[in-house]
Ligand binder design. Structure first.
Ligand SMILES: Cc1ncc(COP(=O)(O)O)c(C=O)c1O
Length: 373
């Protein structure tokens, strides 16, 4: 997809906000505990390479991604820090990962067996770094029983192509005020890890929510994601221990303004009909940019005033009701502050009945990312 540089619509990423959020967490961590910044999905839409750079400056010592290509993007950009791929990779890519010093998440011993065969053939200069994932209740990937885990650990101990670098789990409800399920997962984690005779280099369980609200579990590394971007992982359910600064704003400009009279309709399906004479502005952004069609009826800011989105959000444009005529080129704020008003990703997510994670990741590459500070 091309980047729309000839259109006045852009995501603005505040580097200082990213830095402050990440540094605030690094400062809170117990001594010996490292922060790996989670930059999967293009840094939650903020730009993986740019976020990784700021995170490094703010004290992050490694990175987590979801897929191998995201790790390779960081290596190509010159990052030499440890990188852990959180998803299951293909065993045939084990030699590439070993060569690039990219750590693999392993969820089953048959993966180790398959990877070992490829590694034995390719003979990379370094072993593949392996983090064993434990499924303590997330129900996604990982070893579930002490027998499965013991088998994997013995396999690692007897195969020089592989190095047991880490062990981890992921909590399903760390962002919830109800800690019942969280505590069950902690208990399962403790039972499983009790079979380890030696601890690997990295032992980690914490996403943002766990690190913010259950720091006692942190062990020696945290996988810090959404809170680094200034977004509260619980939505509004639990206050963060420090002020999170949202790093992302979204701005555009009016490209057209016109008057409609009572009875005239706006947009596909003619779902909005003016009841009186009104000014209608057109903003060049739509669902092809990740601005959800469900946002019909939501609002943007023009000249510090709240303006409703009227009619259906189109693929590339949307229409808003203006208090009066405005010149073409007038600034429109879709996320962020204008005067006394702020529109947050959280409000947008509430309106769309989803979570801010989904909206942040959903902004497509057609939107230029512009970095400030
Ligand atoms: C295994 C794992 N760890 C850490 C994270 C980061 O989570 P958060 O963005 O809530 O901090 C994720 C994100 O989905 C994940 O899948």
């Amino acid at each position: 997809m091309v980047v729309g540089v000839h259109r006045p619509t852009q995501l603005v990423i505040d580097r200082q906000a990213l830095h402050d959020n990440i540094q605030a967490e690094v400062t809170r961590l117990a001594s010996g505990c490292e922060l790996f910044m989670v930059v999967k999905a293009n840094g939650y839409g903020h730009g993986a390479v740019q976020v990784a750079q700021v995170a490094k400056e703010a004290g992050a010592t490694g990175f987590c991604v979801a897929i191998l290509d995201e790790a390779l993007e960081l290596r190509a950009a010159g990052f030499n820090e440890p990188i852990l791929v959180l998803g299951v990779t293909e065993p045939e890519d084990a030699p590439l990962m070993a060569q690039q010093h990219i750590s693999a998440t392993v969820a089953a011993t048959d993966w180790l067996v398959a990877a070992d065969a490829y590694l034995a053939l390719a003979q990379p200069t370094a072993p593949l770094q392996v983090h064993l994932g434990l499924d303590t209740g997330m129900g996604r990937i990982g070893f579930k029983t002490t027998t499965e885990l013991t088998t994997a650990v013995s396999y690692l101990a007897t195969h020089a192509t592989l190095n047991f670098e880490g062990i981890f789990t992921h909590f399903a409800t760390a962002d919830s005020p109800d800690e019942t399920y969280f505590k069950q997962q902690v208990a399962k984690w403790q039972t499983l890890t009790a079979v380890l005779k030696e601890r690997p280099r990295y032992v980690h369980v914490s996403n943002s929510a766990t690190s913010l609200w259950h720091a006692a579990c942190n062990d020696n590394m945290v996988r810090f994601g959404v809170a680094g971007y200034g977004l509260n992982p619980s939505g509004t359910a639990i206050p963060a221990p420090y002020a999170l600064k949202p790093a992302l704003s979204l701005t555009s400009q009016l490209v057209h303004s016109k008057q409609v009279v009572a009875g005239e309709s706006v947009g596909y399906g003619a779902t909005y009909t003016a009841q009186q004479t009104e000014w209608v502005g057109t903003v060049p952004i739509g669902y092809a940019d990740g601005y959800e069609r469900r946002l019909q009826g939501f609002h943007v800011l023009v000249d510090g005033q709240v303006c409703e989105i009227i009619g259906r959000v189109c693929m590339d444009q949307l229409m808003i009701r203006l208090p009066h005529d405005y010149a073409r080129g007038t600034r429109v704020t879709l996320i962020g502050r204008d005067g006394d008003h702020v529109i947050t990703l959280q409000e947008m997510a509430d309106y769309c009945q989803t979570i801010h994670y989904e909206l942040a990741c959903g902004f497509t590459s057609r939107l230029p990312r512009v970095y400030r500070h």
